[in-house]
Design a protein around this ligand. Structure first.
Ligand code: ADP
Ligand code: MG
Length: 340
């Protein structure tokens, strides 16, 4: 098994790796590979059988512009982003919102409703409180969230209308980190499709979309990483996206308890449960990204039954002694392959 594409190196991420065969490529056209830094991680694009006359330098430029747009609009790590402006404002009046941010917020609010509040884009004040916001000051638990923070999340009441957005609480703030990377990936895929590229694998920080026959002519494979490193299992993608969320990716330990960057907004504290990793395969990377986080917050019982009831393709790894035990939905099994 060869895995020449390493995972995100700047920030840690749960995710998948592209598995490349050692065999030479099946077609005569030379594959094209692009890569670069983005959003504290890296993006990679691998194209097989690219259309004749594809202007690679221009394509790279367009892809990087798309990625920069997400960062410029939705980053909570930049104080000059559109989202940081919305968060800093204490106004509860309508504020202008760009189309890309609105698109991501709309899906985030949909997943919030559908997940019964397990996923919540207005969790930002809690993320900050537990030490996982843009300013990292906290490496030991600060104690329960104060009522003011609970209120700002519970009464956030984010509303969206064409071109504008508003909050129902002066201190409400949005965090789109669990979903924006997925949307950026979908946007890159749209660029490729528009340029006539239909055989590709795109990865951003451990999230992958792949389509087409791939290097060997029999499909693209992605290895879902194990929390302890290495590949846990391999899936074959035909236009779908795989995204992973893990409570081991970013956390601190205190008195034997794990404090993770994934917050249960219903409880007002980091998730604390037996579930360590969730991977979701969906038609879009934005959905896969959001639902991987949502199912992780739901926890093992609620998450597994929700995924089964909604025919979602999901993999769950629960802690079991010193290792992990796997649970999957039938829809997930349709993507699993034995990699040789
Ligand atoms: P990663 O981006 O680390 O690969 P996720 O997609 O699961 O993993 O996103 C985690 C990030 O989402 C956290 O760092 C935090 O900013 C934000 N977040 C934490 N809890 C929630 C939640 N319940 N709903 C929505 N976003 C959350
Ligand atoms: Mg996510």
């Amino acid at each position: 098994m060869s895995a020449p594409w390493t995972r995100r190196s700047i920030l840690k991420a749960a995710g998948a790796v592209a598995l490349m065969p050692l065999l030479p490529n099946a077609s005569s056209a030379v594959p094209v590979k692009l890569a670069g830094p983005t959003m504290g991680t890296r993006y990679r694009v691998h194209m097989e059988n690219p259309p004749k006359g594809l202007r690679v330098a221009e394509l790279k430029h367009v892809i990087e512009r798309v990625l920069k747009t997400t960062d410029r609009l939705m980053s909570t790590h930049r104080s000059d982003s559109e989202l940081s402006g919305f968060n800093a404002s204490e106004s509860v009046s309508w504020q202008r919102v760009s189309a890309p941010t609105a698109r991501v917020v709309e899906t985030a609010l949909h997943v919030q409703r559908a997940s019964g509040g397990a996923f919540n884009p207005a969790t930002a004040p809690m993320v900050d409180h537990w030490g996982f916001g843009a300013v990292r000051k906290v490496y030991r638990p600060p104690g329960a969230v104060p009522d003011g923070i609970l209120d700002s999340v519970r009464q956030a009441a984010i509303e969206l209308e064409p071109g504008r957005m508003r909050k129902g609480h002066a201190h409400a703030a949005l965090d789109l980190n669990a979903i924006a990377k997925g949307d950026a990936l979908d946007q890159v895929v749209s660029v490729l499709e528009r340029e006539g590229v239909h055989d590709y694998l795109v990865e951003i920080g451990g999230e992958i979309v792949a389509r087409g026959p791939g290097p060997r002519g029999d499909g693209w494979r992605a290895g879902i990483e194990h929390p302890r490193g290495g590949v846990h299992c391999v899936v074959e993608l035909q236009g779908q996206a795989v995204a992973t969320s893990g409570d081991y990716v970013d956390f601190y330990m205190h008195n034997g308890r794990r404090y993770s960057h994934i917050i249960d907004p219903r409880a007002g504290r980091p998730v604390e449960q037996e579930l360590g990793l969730v991977s979701v395969i969906a038609d879009t990377a934005m959905e896969a990204d959001a639902w991987a986080t949502a199912l992780l917050v739901m926890g093992l019982e609620e998450g597994v039954s929700f995924a089964e009831n909604h025919a979602m393709a999901a993999l769950f790894l629960r802690r079991d002694g010193s290792g992990y035990r796997e649970l999957t939905t039938p829809a997930f099994e349709r993507f699993r392959v034995t990699y040789t």
